[in-house]
Every structure is written in C-alpha cells, then in structure tokens.
Ligand binder design. Structure first.
Ligand code: ADP
Ligand code: MG
Length: 313
C-alpha cells in the first residue's frame, strides 16, 4: 500500500542502498569512540554484515545490519533525544509479552544513546496491506486486542512501573508548553487554533487518566509488523506509557490516514474513520475523549520533515 515518494504521500522512508562499513565505523568513532564498551560492541556486530540506513522522521538514526544467512540481522538505534533508555526498558517488557524481538544492549554515550535489538524479519503493515480499508480494519482490531490485554497488570518491576507511569505527565507538560500545531494534523482537523486546543486540554486534564491502559504511543503502519497468520510484532516504544486508550485510538487513525496518502480526500477519510472505529468497537469509544487527544497530539507531536541519517545525527 505504501507508495514511494514524499512523507505526505504516505511513505516509509526506505533506503535500499547499503552504506559502506568503513564510513559508518568512522562516523561512530567520531561520535562515540571514547565510550569504549559501546564502540567495541558496535565494531564487533558490524564486522560481517551489510548496513542499511532506515532512519525515520523521529529524529533518531536507525541502522539495519544484514547478516549473510539472514538469521542474525540486527538493528542499531542511535538517539540524542534522551529517550532510548525508556525504549530499552519497554522493549524488555514487550519481549517478555512476546510482542517484539529481543533487545540486546543499551549504552549511554554522553549526548548519544545507543540501543541494539534483533531485527524483525517480517513486512511492516504498510507493505502488507493494499488499501486504507484493509489497514483500517486490521488496525482497529489489533489495537483493541492490544488494549484488552490489560498489560498494566503484567508490569512487575519497579523500573517498568517508573518508566511507564510518568511518561504522559511529561508528554502533557510538553504539549501545553508548545505553541505550534502539527501541520498535517491541522489539515486533518481543519483547525490550527493553539489557544483553543490548549484551553481545552488544560480544562479537561483529568481525561488523561480515564480509560487507563498501557498505550503503545505510536501504533502506526511502520511500527507494526505482520506475519503470515496476521499476528503482529511491534517496535518503537519511545511513547509507551500509562494513558487513556483514546490516545492510541486517535493517533493510530491519524497515522493510517497519513500513511495511506488520503489526507486530502475527505470521502476516503470518512470511510477510513468509520471502518477503523467500527473494528475497534464503536460502543467502547468516547468522542469527547477522542477530541481531547486530537488537541493533545496536535500540540505534543513536533514536525520532523528531515530524516536524521547517521552522518548528520
Ligand atoms: N527491530 C526491528 N526490526 C525490523 N525493522 C526495524 C526494527 N527496528 C527498526 N526497524 C526499521 O527501522 C525503522 C525506524 O525505526 P523506529 O524504531 O521505528 O525509529 P523511529 O523512531 O525513527 O520511527 C522502522 O520503521 C523499521 O522499518
Ligand atoms: Mg517508527
């Protein structure tokens, strides 16, 4: 379904060409060379592999390492946004729940953080499905099941509890301190009134803790992989935490619209919304709470038009 082209057309930024090992090693040496343990770990795992840059729009840099037999493929994620520790703890949790692959290592390297995980050798949902209708139906169902797992009750250590329980207090603070509405979301909502949005989320703050679940936080077609039996695997847990389930419901719907490239086609959007809400379960959706998260996400998410490739990180 996902076309190759620009971000707005609904595209996974993909770089089919592999990059020279020596160049990558040189960049890594410059950035984190003095953190010996981390650097040596990376040198060792890179040694016999091909490297592809898969960095997305989040401002992090992602390298895929392909092994010769295809069985030891790895992923290196490098960030200077101070968010990978959260993601690493989340990865460990979701690995236990059989929702993702194994996290292998995490290093703090001054202003950079590095995380290494196994690669998921499956297509992402964006490639698996052929139309926004299929994807809306599939995501509605899978997101409902994800929320119904009651994952909050499966959290069983202090670190997980700590990481997940404060996430959305912090994100809320970021949202109300921001003064710009996310561009594409403003187009979808036909509203870019920052003051109105802020006022609404301040007056209705308690909604964050209603319908509390462990939200994935960015349940989108690039972060969900699908196997032949249509079971899913997840990645990208930077925004995982305790929050109202309507956060995931709204953000996933918007992401499907963006990634399907239908943002400027109102009829298709309407159909997409209907399919998605129905397959999630219309009776369990509260549209006041959806409204809250329309505004919350408009203010929280920032524009990332640039892909942060490793060389410009
Ligand atoms: N464990 C993984 N297995 C397979 N592909 C991965 C994995 N982690 C990342 N990727 C690929 O890299 C892309 C970007 O990684 P992601 O963690 O989603 O970073 P971002 O925060 O930039 O979205 C993903 O969309 C996916 O294609
Ligand atoms: Mg992602």
């Amino acid at each position: 379904m996902i076309k190759k082209g620009s971000h707005l057309d609904g595209v996974e930024p993909i770089n089919e060409k592999n990059i020279e090992k020596d160049i990558v090693l040189e960049i890594l040496y410059k950035k984190i060379g003095k953190y010996k343990e981390a650097y040596q770990y990376l040198v060792n795992i890179i040694e016999d592999k091909l490297i592809y840059d898969k960095s997305g729009y989040s401002g992090n840099s992602v390298l895929i390492l392909k092994s010769q037999n295809g069985k030891e493929d790895l992923v290196i994620k490098i960030s200077k946004n101070n968010e990978l520790y959260h993601e690493y703890i989340s990865y460990e949790f979701f690995y236990k729940m059989n929702y993702t692959t194994k996290p292998l290592a995490y290093f703090e390297c001054g202003k950079y953080e590095v995380m290494i995980t196994e690669k998921i050798n499956l297509p992402t949902a964006g490639y698996y499905f052929n139309s926004y209708k299929e994807i809306a139906d599939f995501f509605g169902k899978k997101l409902r099941i994800f929320h119904e797992q009651n994952l909050i009750n499966k959290i069983n250590n202090k670190e997980e509890e700590n990481v997940f329980s404060h996430k959305y207090e912090n994100n809320y603070k970021k949202a109300i301190s921001n003064n710009i509405v996310l561009k594409y979301l403003a187009i979808y909502l036909n509203n870019n009134n920052v003051l109105e949005m802020k006022k609404y989320i301040i007056e209705n703050k308690e909604i964050i803790n209603k319908n509390l679940v462990l939200v994935h936080g960015d349940f989108n077609p690039n972060n969900v992989f699908v196997d032949k039996d249509q079971n899913i695997k997840l990645i990208d847990f930077c925004d995982t935490g305790y929050c109202n389930k309507h956060y995931d419901i709204f953000w996933t719907l918007f992401m499907i619209i963006i990634f399907s490239g239908i943002l400027k086609e109102p009829e298709k959007i309407k159909e997409c919304e209907e399919i998605f809400y129905n397959s999630y379960g219309l009776h369990s959706i509260n549209f006041e709470e959806i409204k809250f998260f329309k505004y919350f996400t408009s203010l929280y998410w920032k524009e990332h038009d640039e892909i942060t490739r490793i060389d410009i990180l």
